[in-house]
Design a protein around this ligand. Sequence first.
Ligand code: UDP
Length: 365
Amino acid sequence: MKIISIVGARPNFMKVAPIHRAFLTSSVKIDSKIIHTGQHFDKKMSQVFFNDLQLPQPDYFLGIGQGSSTELTARIMLDLELIFKEEKPDLVVVVGDVTSTFASALVANRMGIKLAHVEAGLRSFDRDMPEEINRMLTDQISDFLFVTEDSGVRNLLNENIDSNKIHLVGNCMIDSLVHYNDYTHSTDALEQYQLEPQDYIIMTMHRPSNVDYEKGLTDILQIIESLGHFNKIIFPVHPRTEKKLIELNLLDDFKKQNIVLTEPLAYLEFIKLMRFSSCILTDSGGVQEESTYLGIPCVTYRKSTERPVTVELGTNVLIEDLDVLKTVTVVKEILNGNGKKGQIPALWDGNAAIRIRDILIQEMV
Ligand code: UDP
């Protein structure tokens, strides 16, 4: 069986790594290939993850690079059609919700190749998020829908997806966290950034709705300024956010705070810093899940989350509109030891990729 997995952007690498590993260790021979679209291409957002996750270099690198989402989609589709014609895979695996996910899914569908979507069914019910559209459209054309949490199964059934295609398997991003948590001793990130365990906050912000306009960035600045009185903050800055901070001349104001501003961190550094932090502030999708697994209180700046189990069962709290006062109240409680304790959701045990592999073998061989 030949399976091609697609990666494109940072949150894809840690999901495909365990899947590729599971394919390689299968008792049924699987020819597992990886295509990198190049949606994220700079070293800090791409190559470092291949190193940290021990992923082999991709079999194909499309080098799609920068452009509007429409341009990226069109270029990915044209290139992939040629590769799929040549390689004739039995199955294409796409993960998550980025532009590469839907573009690749559509090519597989048009060419009559079976398609698996890993992390299917997640819904924020906010159609202003490009990711929500990518998720919904990919799910509609997938043959295998691998789901991380109960809400995903319900959402797919509500969208009239055939229940035989839906498989609740757990979370491949957590597979990576479980696997690589043991490797983090190789990084000295705490010493490097002069951080004391449980005595700093880690922040990531990159959603267009928070960082693409001045008010969002000045609100983030105010949050940092208010919290800086209680705790040091480390903020690895996403390229999208950095570009806007420079454009709007705000970078110096950020640098004046009780803060360590860094480039995007490598995976092992980042998960180590999450593990030892007092609290996580984010608008990321995956970080909400990782903080729930690690039991670290997390504040997510969104009006809704496509990962509701992190709020219902985990350590996550949503705050809308980058509300400074609410943030200070919630974070003070966390620093006083009264943050959400949370539980780890069912099947988030490090074995999701193995389940995915076994289902594929059972249904395809
Ligand atoms: N991450 C990382 N370095 C960073 C920030 C995040 O390795 O500086 C990892 C994080 O642990 C998670 C993934 O990147 O596994 C999440 O990616 P991102 O927040 O970019 O995407 P989203 O999940 O929001 O789509």
